[in-house]
Design a protein around this ligand. Structure first.
Ligand code: NAI
Length: 327
């Protein structure tokens, strides 16, 4: 049996720890935030809630499909069947497809909570240094506390944060320097009455907003008040990292007015959230996940792509490499 430190309690970190514990090893997870789930995020407000991070997920891989079946059986996720539209050349039109889409229920991180049972998790613990001690590792947090010793360190934070922790000289480092992550502003709004908008989800192929969803149409959510979540494009976000909330609200309301059959009802509450590391940039290099010389690993959606399935697959791959190293 070995003992591993996992940095980050998103879907990758929790999946990795669960797999390694199933294989008979011990794991401790360190997470800088108060909660777990990373970009699987739902914020509760007074009388309403909204998923401001990942909006839904799809399934393409057969092994992931089996996992999602288990999540469905546990009641951690549900099918979401939105009526979809697309805005093209200024027109909103219906855009149906037969893609199955899932959401965590009643919050996006429900499956991460479900999978964390029996896992040793330190929240509000920001790891800022790794120290090699003979052939093991010690971790230090930003208040000078130390943890360890561990047989391996598995980094699952977003790329920039994992890169900052990676000791120079690790062979994992170079491809990371060629990969980027792009930001996304999210704005959530609750309305006093129903908006009457025909669609539950709208892709936009132009303008500064790339996606709008009636969050309150997802299973496990209260249908009232009606809640909308908008994501701004990576390019607009990158150019407006300090955008004012009222300016973004105006842009969201202008878009929703285009979709609504009548005047919009009053907006009763709103919040914004800036994801600095929302998705993987286009020039994304092949990323190696395991450095056997230093016993260091990397996992996260960004090692493969930017979908939730990628986060899970990445954790499963790293778990196999680590298990092989200790077999
Ligand atoms: P998916 O298959 O539903 O969507 C992939 C992309 O195809 C969409 O972004 C959209 O542009 C287009 N599309 C899909 N269905 C469409 C329809 N009925 N009409 C018009 N266009 C349609 O989901 P997938 O591939 O699993 O990705 C999940 C979603 O999360 C994607 O939309 C992805 O781009 C988005 N994403 C957003 C991030 C952000 O920061 N805003 C970060 C990572 C992923």
């Amino acid at each position: 049996m070995a003992i591993f430190a996992v940095v980050g309690a998103g879907l990758s970190g929790i999946t990795l720890a669960r797999e390694l514990q199933r294989a008979g090893h011990r794991c401790q997870i360190f997470e800088k935030s108060r909660g777990r789930g990373g970009r699987l995020a739902t914020r509760r407000r007074e009388g309403w809630q909204a998923d401001h991070g990942a909006q839904y997920f799809t399934v393409r891989d057969a092994a992931f499909e089996t996992e999602v079946q288990h999540w469905l059986e546990q009641g951690w996720v549900s099918h979401w069947q939105p009526k979809l539209g697309v805005i093209e050349r200024g027109e909103a039109v219906e855009s149906p497809d037969d893609q199955a889409r899932y959401v965590g229920s009643p919050t996006m991180n429900a499956m991460v909570h479900g999978m964390s049972e029996g896992i040793d998790l330190y929240t509000k613990t920001r790891i800022d240094r790794l120290e090699r001690v003979e052939n093991q590792w010690r971790l230090w947090d930003d208040s000078g506390e130390q943890y360890g010793l561990f047989d391996a360190i598995l980094l699952t934070a977003p790329l920039a944060q994992s890169l900052a922790l990676l000791p120079s000289g690790s062979r994992l480092e170079v491809p990371l320097r060629r990969t980027t992550m792009l930001p996304t502003w999210a704005v959530a709004m609750a309305f006093e009455q129903p908006t009457g908008i025909e669609f539950d989800g709208v892709f936009t192929k132009e303008g500064v907003i790339s996606w709008a969803a009636r969050d309150s149409s997802k299973p496990g959510r209260e249908p009232e008040p009606e809640v909308w979540v908008m994501h701004f494009t990576a390019q607009w976000t990158a150019n407006h990292l300090d955008a004012r909330e009222d300016l973004m609200q105006q842009q969201c309301l202008t878009m929703l007015r285009k979709l609504a059959p009548k005047d919009l009802p009053p907006m009763v509450d709103s919040f914004k959230h800036r994801w600095l590391y929302a998705r993987t940039g286009p020039a994304h290099a092949e990323i190696q996940q395991w450095d056997a010389e230093n016993n260091l690993g990397l996992a996260g959606d960004w090692t493969i792509g930017d979908r939730l399935e990628d986060a899970w697959l990445s954790a499963m791959r790293l778990s196999k490499a680590v298990q092989q190293a200790w077999s």
